[in-house]
Write a protein that binds this ligand. Structure first.
Ligand code: RUB
Length: 305
């Protein structure tokens, strides 16, 4: 349980950030738990896994990729006819490995597809830090494309700096702007590439706060706005009426020592309506956002079970 708690704390503090990194860390923590378990029967083991799930899910509430991954792995144990803890633990291990392998394959496929959309000599805008977006841009660079990147700081915790550093390491000309300068620069931008934390059944996209503002500006400037995301960021509960919960973080991230009586709000994410999204670049290709349910049904039928 120690690894689970440490991982959940790192996720909560944003030491591990971005939906993909969060999911990978959670999967690895569940894997470690299975290796280290001292439980003696299936019931005890299942209880321990359920506790781990609760702790991980509570670390950040807008992370369906993590939830889908952990749910899928735990499902393998619940459905197994095996009762021996050793066998069940090894089942967790292989399920976790398989999930990670598939996630890696999706990331590569997305980069391969998306890199073709990067035009030579173009300027790309992104917001926050998405490892899926930076991987796509790395692939474009490997394909010999020349392009520039404009990234926003992404207040309040400046994840845009991580993007800027990665782009510079790639040898890409990079410009960092404050979030509120996005409109001033949009006319120089050819395409926007944006990550996602959650995809809803209606094809709306949940991502770092400020994303919907960039989408609005892009639409006004007729700049294509692409979402770059693994399909497993789809949240099945949205299909049955629930709204995606938007995490609200501590006001101290915005202002450490504010004057008394001041109300500070710090939502971590916002929702971009599907009409602002040119396409979702995912492992199934570039899809229109409104087709998400059919695509999920075809590719991951277990998601809504
Ligand atoms: C990160 C963020 C990223 C998505 C996608 O927010 O909004 O765009 O998580 O990232 P935070 P990835 O820093 O608050 O976690 O493509 O790496 O999954």
């Amino acid at each position: 349980m120690k690894t689970i708690q440490t991982t959940a704390a790192k996720i909560q503090r944003l030491e591990i950030q971005g939906a993909r990194n969060i999911a990978v860390a959670a999967i690895k923590a569940v894997k470690a738990l299975a290796t280290e378990t001292k439980t003696r029967d299936k019931q005890e083991f299942l209880k321990e896994l359920a506790e781990a799930k609760t702790t991980l899910f509570a670390s950040r509430e807008t992370e369906p990729l993590m939830r889908n991954a952990v749910r899928w792995i735990l499902n393998q144990v619940e459905e197994s006819s095996s009762i021996e803890v050793k066998k069940l633990a090894s089942l967790v291990d292989s399920a976790a490995e398989q999930f990670l392998k598939n996630l890696e394959a999706s990331k590569e496929r997305i980069a391969e597809i998306g890199a073709k959309r990067v035009k030579n000599g173009s300027v790309i805008m992104t917001h926050c830090h998405s490892s899926t977006v930076t991987h796509l841009l790395r692939q474009a660079k490997l394909d010999g494309k020349t392009f520039e990147v404009i990234c926003t700081e992404s207040r309040p915790v400046f994840q845009g700096r991580t993007t800027a550093k990665e782009m510079l390491e790639l040898g890409v000309k990079t410009t960092l702007i404050v979030d509120s300068a996005a409109r001033s620069f949009m006319n120089q931008v050819d395409q926007v590439f944006m990550g996602a934390d959650a995809l809803t059944s209606e094809g709306n996209v949940v991502n770092k706060i400020g994303t919907s503002m960039v989408a609005l500006i892009a639409k006004e400037a007729r700049t294509p706005f692409y979402v770059v995301s693994e399909l497993l960021k789809f949240d099945p509960v949205t299909r049955f009426g629930d709204f995606e919960k938007i995490e609200e973080r501590s006001p101290s991230e915005v202002w450490e020592a504010p004057p008394r009586g001041l109300v500070i709000r710090n939502p971590a994410f916002d929702i971009t309506r599907r009409d602002f999204v040119h396409g979702i670049i995912c492992e199934e290709g570039i899809i229109p956002p409104h087709s998400i349910i059919q695509v999920m049904h075809r590719r991951y039928p277990w998601i809504s079970e």
